[in-house]
Design a binder for this molecule. Structure first.
Ligand SMILES: [Zn+2]
Length: 145
């Protein structure tokens, strides 16, 4: 089974495990999970759906929880569950050489958000281009078939 993860609701980057962080980005492994029913769990994310020793994948019901990096949650003033976290496209693992510093202020958090939005735009555009290419190939195949 491969790694999987979710997008942080605070700063918009994926929750990572220690396998995809270095000294600079290790804060991204420390998470707070807030549940729709008001429960909360915090700890280190292991990359496979486990948070600390208290929560494993079975406890993560689709759409019923939101994940934050602890730093982002604190800087966002400890929000409760509002909407569920989305699956992280990078699976919390395919993050390249991008290792952001821990945010310590609202301005830091804003910078993280902006960067995440940009990355998402880029991914959306790439995806749209791939789909257009696939459709073109299909049309061509139909013409020749
Ligand atoms: Zn975050």
């Amino acid at each position: 089974m491969g790694f999987f993860s979710w997008e942080c609701k605070g700063g918009g980057h994926s929750i990572r495990s220690r396998h995809s962080t270095n000294n600079t980005s290790s804060w991204m492994t420390q998470v707070v999970v807030v549940f729709a029913d008001g429960d909360r769990v915090s700890g280190e994310y292991d990359g496979y759906g486990r948070v600390g020793t208290k929560l494993d994948y079975e406890g993560l019901e689709d759409g019923k929880f939101a994940m934050f990096h602890r730093a982002c949650w604190e800087l966002s003033k400890f929000p409760p569950f509002e909407s569920p976290s989305e699956n992280a496209l990078d699976q919390g693992f395919f993050v390249g050489k991008y290792d952001p510093k821990e945010p310590f202020s609202a301005a830091d958090l804003n910078r993280l958000k902006k960067r995440a939005e940009k990355a998402n735009d880029k991914a959306d555009k790439l995806w749209a281009a791939l789909m257009a290419e696939a459709n073109q190939a299909k049309e061509k195949a139909c013409e020749h078939g």
